[in-house]
Write a protein that binds this ligand. Sequence first.
Ligand code: GLV
Ligand code: MN
Ligand code: MN
Length: 401
Amino acid sequence: MPATVSQAEFDRLWNQVEPIGRAASGGYRRFAWTQPDLALREWFAAACAERGLDLTVDRAGNQWAWWGNPDDAGPGVAIGSHLDSVPDGGAFDGPLGVVSSLLVVDMLRREGVSPARPLAVVNFTDEEGARFGVACGGSRLLTGALAAQRALALRDDDGASLAEALRAAGRDPEELAADPAAVGRVGCFVELHVEQGRGLVDLGRPVAVGTAIWGHGRWRFELPGEANHAGTTRLADRRDPTLAYATLVLRARDLAERHGVLATCGKVRIDPNGVNAIPSLVTGWLDARGDDDAAVQAMVADFAQAVAGFGGTLAEESWTDRTPFDTGLTNRLHAALDQAPYLPTGAGHDAGILANAGLPTAMLFVRNPSGVSHSPAEYAEPADCLAGVQALARVVAGLVG
Ligand code: GLV
Ligand code: MN
Ligand code: MN
């Protein structure tokens, strides 16, 4: 196993990805099946071709680049992550795992390693769910956790359905389906990801091994009102749903504290969104997470009651149970990486979806000095990125034999 990957090698790949989909804010807007996402998919295909990997796209739209034939010598080892982003997201959430995985292939190749088990680098589609609302859409579809019929009908904020978005991107929506054959090619999956908290800063280590993902979900709530004139409608005569919304944001915070979970109202839509009109409808979104599934569900049940008290309705968009990673694989990573610390996470990942589908799955986290993520301030030091590649290479070398 080579001792290092050079900074120049890392930068070369990183600099290819970095400008794609960057907004004026400095953050990224790389939403599923939009132009930046398509450019990133093309970049991924070209980077894999450059490495002589065989690219396949599964029926859920995820890209897999295989070194070796998993149908002959599989199931294989998969590494990788995603390339899409949240609105104004950071540069590292997703791309760090994909770039690091490609560099691991380079390191193994340079050493003349010929893997006894096939190795894949994967780019999961629509991990953030920023456009169509369901997080980890690509891996959920792949494993059957999200039905194709439901997915195709999901709509973005402009009203375009996933079916329409796929057609616009030159894909056939009829093809969208779970893909057990693609899942069957994977014997285990290791996702490297930037850490999204300050665990490693406090521990003074560059890389950690993930233990579990908290239970987490998203809910949409609708609060109806009555549109009317801002200057002629007496206060007593108004049905203004923003008042209910404001109260509910505070209620979510209060309930989160009471149940010992996290709750966030990070997205809202006001219709018709005119400065001089009382809104006719407020649509809000609740993100809730915690280490204890029952506590999260209890918090959401209380919140649903509060929504109903304002004449509103609440619907679940996605839910994932607390997901522990494979103990055998996790312990193996910990041992291979000089007793790297263990860390749980409150962030969702495709690794969690694959783990729930029964695949042995693990994660590596790379230190993030500020702990900030889903923001342009997200960061990892160059030396830590290299340490991450190194760690992943060591792990993969052990897994492919
Ligand atoms: C994805 O990053 C999530 O945790 O929402
Ligand atoms: Mn993310
Ligand atoms: Mn991510």
